[in-house]
Design a protein around this ligand. Structure first.
Ligand SMILES: [Zn+2]
Ligand SMILES: [Zn+2]
Length: 494
C-alpha cells in the first residue's frame, strides 16, 4: 500500500540508526526513535537533536549530530538557526525543518504556555454558542502575538490570519465548545462550572491551534501564502461549522484541515484515512396516527401500534436488503412511545431513531426510504404518518470524507515530523463531526491525534465524565498543525 512505502527520509533515518548502533549498540536515544512502540514516542521527541540544549547529550545523540552536521552545510546552518530564536527559511523542505517546528513547540516556555491555555479553558467550559470567555481568551492570546482576526462569526467564532494575505489560503479549524457533563476527574484544573465539562477535548484543540499560531507567526515571513486559523463554536450541538461558513469563514480558502484527540491511540500518534472517515448522522421522529378505541373492540379503532410495529420491522430491511454490504449503513429505532393505557388502543404512536452512512448518496437515500417505509406501512394499516428529520434544527451531519490528496498531505507531514511508526491508517468510524460541512465546500482532511496514556489514566472515551488527556499531546498537535499549513503553502508554490 502507498501508506507504507519507505521514503528517502525513512531510509536516511534507518542508515543513521544503523551507524549509531554500530558505534554504540547500547545507545538508547536513537534506539528509542527507531522503536515502533507507541510508548517510546516521547523519548523520540526528547532525542530530536535540536532539543539538545534543554537536556544532557548522550553518546548516541552526539553521533547523530556529527553525522548530520557532516552531511551538508545547509543543515549546519539550520541547526544553528534552530538553536537560535531565528527560524530557518526552509526554502528546501527537509527533516530539519520539521524538527525545528517540533522543537519550537516543545521548548519549555512554549509547552508551559500551551498547557496553561488549555487548563484555563478546561476550568471554564462553555456550551455551544456560549463560548464567550473562551473566545475572549483566544483573542487576547492572538492580540499578544499581533495576529489579526475577524470576530464575531457565528456568535463567538474567530477567523485569524497569518502570512502574506495573498493566495493560496489554507485553513486549520479547532472547535471550542464543551459538554453538559459533570467532570468526575479529580485534578488541580478540574472544571469549575457544575454540570459542564470539556469531555471531548475541544479545550486541547484550541490550545494546539493557539500553539500552531505561535509557530506560524514566528515563521510568518517564510509563509508562501496565508494561513487561516478557525476557532469555531458549537460542534457538539447547533452545527457551528454551518454558521461559520454562512458568515464567510471560508472566503478565499482553498483547503482545510482539522484534528480530533483520540483515546484509541497513544499520545502523539496521528491517524487518518483517505475517503470516508466519519459517518453522516441524522435523526427522525415519526408520528403514526390511527383512531383511538377500546382494546376489547379493536375493530372499532384504527390501530397505530400495529402500524408502527410493522414500520419498525420494515425499517430494518432498508440496510439488510437494499444497501450494498460493503457500504456500511445503520438505521436504528431507539424509541417507541404508545402511551401507558393498558385498556385502550391509542390514537398515535411516536417512533424515534437515528441513521448513519459514509456517503452523501447513501445518507440521503436512507432518509428518503425511512420516509417512504413509515408512511407506506402506516397506510397498509389504515393509519397516516408524518416524519420529521429536524433539518431546520441543525441535527443532520453529513459524512466526513477526506480528499485523497489532502489525506496524503497529512500522512506525509506527520511521517516527516513524527516518524512512520507514529502514523496509522485508521478504520472508518460511525461517529459524526460537523467538520463535514467544510468537507462539502472545499478539499479537506480530518485526522486523529492520540492522547492515550495508561499511566496517567487518559484512556476514557470522549463524552465520559472520566475523560482526560495526556497534555504531552499539545506541542505535538501544535507542531503538526503548523507543519501541515506551512507545507501545504510550500507545496502549492512548487
Ligand atoms: Zn464530542
Ligand atoms: Zn469533539
Amino acid at each position: 500500500m502507498k501508506m507504507w512505502k519507505i521514503s528517502s527520509f525513512s531510509l536516511s533515518v534507518l542508515l543513521i540508526f544503523i551507524i549509531c548502533m554500530i558505534n554504540n549498540p547500547f545507545s538508547s536515544a536513537f534506539a528509542a526513535a527507531a522503536a515502533s512502540s507507541d510508548h517510546e514516542l516521547s523519548s523520540y521527541f526528547e532525542s530530536t537533536s535540536c532539543c539538545l540544549k534543554n537536556k544532557e547529550t548522550t553518546a548516541a545523540e552526539t553521533e547523530l549530530i556529527k553525522s548530520r552536521n557532516q552531511s551538508s552545510s545547509t543543515r549546519q546552518k539550520r541547526r544553528r538557526s534552530s538553536q537560535s530564536e531565528e527560524p530557518s527559511d526552509c526554502t528546501v523542505w527537509t527533516k530539519e525543518c520539521s524538527d525545528e517546528l517540533l522543537c519550537f513547540a516543545k521548548k519549555k516556555e512554549n509547552f508551559e504556555w500551551i498547557k496553561s491555555v488549555r487548563r484555563r479553558i478546561h476550568e471554564n467550559p462553555e456550551l455551544a454558542f456560549e463560548e464567550y470567555e473562551t473566545s475572549k481568551l483566544i483573542r487576547e492570546e492572538l492580540e499578544k502575538m499581533e495576529i489579526s482576526y475577524r470576530f464575531p462569526l457565528a456568535k463567538t467564532g474567530i477567523r485569524a490570519t497569518i502570512g502574506t494575505g495573498e493566495p493560496p489560503f489554507v485553513a486549520i479549524r479547532a472547535d471550542m465548545d464543551a459538554l453538559p457533563i459533570q467532570e468526575a476527574v479529580e485534578w488541580e484544573h478540574k472544571s469549575k462550572i457544575a454540570g459542564k465539562m470539556h469531555a471531548c477535548g475541544h479545550d486541547a484543540h484550541v490550545a494546539m491551534l493557539i500553539g500552531a499560531a505561535k509557530i506560524l507567526k514566528a515563521r510568518e515571513k517564510y509563509l508562501k501564502g496565508t494561513v487561516i486559523l478557525i476557532f469555531q463554536p458549537a460542534e457538539e450541538a447547533g452545527n457551528g461549522a454551518k454558521r461559520m461558513i454562512r458568515d464567510g469563514v471560508l472566503e478565499n480558502v482553498e483547503a482545510i484541515f482539522a484534528a480530533h484527540v483520540s483515546h484509541q491511540h497513544r499520545t502523539g500518534i496521528i491517524g487518518s484515512r483517505p475517503g470516508p472517515l466519519l459517518a453522516g448522522c441524522g435523526f427522525f421522529r415519526a408520528v403514526i396516527s390511527g383512531k383511538v378505541g377500546r382494546a376489547e373492540n379493536p375493530h372499532r379503532s384504527v390501530d397505530p401500534v400495529l402500524a408502527a410495529s410493522a414500520a419498525v420491522i420494515s425499517l430494518q430491511t432498508i440496510v439488510s436488503r437494499e444497501a450494498n454490504p460493503l457500504d456500511s449503513q445503520v438505521v436504528s429505532v431507539t424509541s417507541f412511545n404508545a402511551g401507558d393505557d393498558l385498556d385502550s388502543i391509542p390514537d398515535t404512536v411516536i417512533l424515534r431513531g437515528t441513521f448513519r452512512a459514509f456517503s452523501n448518496t447513501s445518507f440521503y437515500q436512507i432518509l428518503t426510504r425511512i420516509k417512504q417505509v413509515i408512511s407506506e406501512q402506516a397506510k397498509v394499516f389504515r393509519c397516516s404518518a408524518t416524519i420529521d428529520f429536524f433539518e431546520n434544527k441543525d441535527t443532520i451531519y453529513p459524512p466526513t470524507v477526506n480528499e485523497e490528496y489532502m489525506y496524503e498531505h497529512v500522512r506525509k507531514v506527520s511521517v516527516d515530523l513524527l516518524g512512520l511508526e507514529n502514523f496509522r491508517v485508521v478504520e472508518r468510524m460511525m461517529g459524526a463531526e460537523d467538520f463535514s460541512f467544510y468537507t462539502q465546500e472545499i478539499p479537506s482532511a480530518f485526522f486523529f491525534i492520540g492522547i492515550m496514556n495508561e499511566t496517567l489514566g487518559s484512556y476514557h472515551t470522549g463524552h465520559s465524565p472520566h475523560f482526560m488527556i495526556d497534555e504531552d499531546v499539545l506541542p505535538v498537535g501544535a507542531a503538526t498543525h503548523a507543519a501541515i499549513a506551512e507545507r501545504y503553502l510550500y507545496d502549492r508554490k512548487l
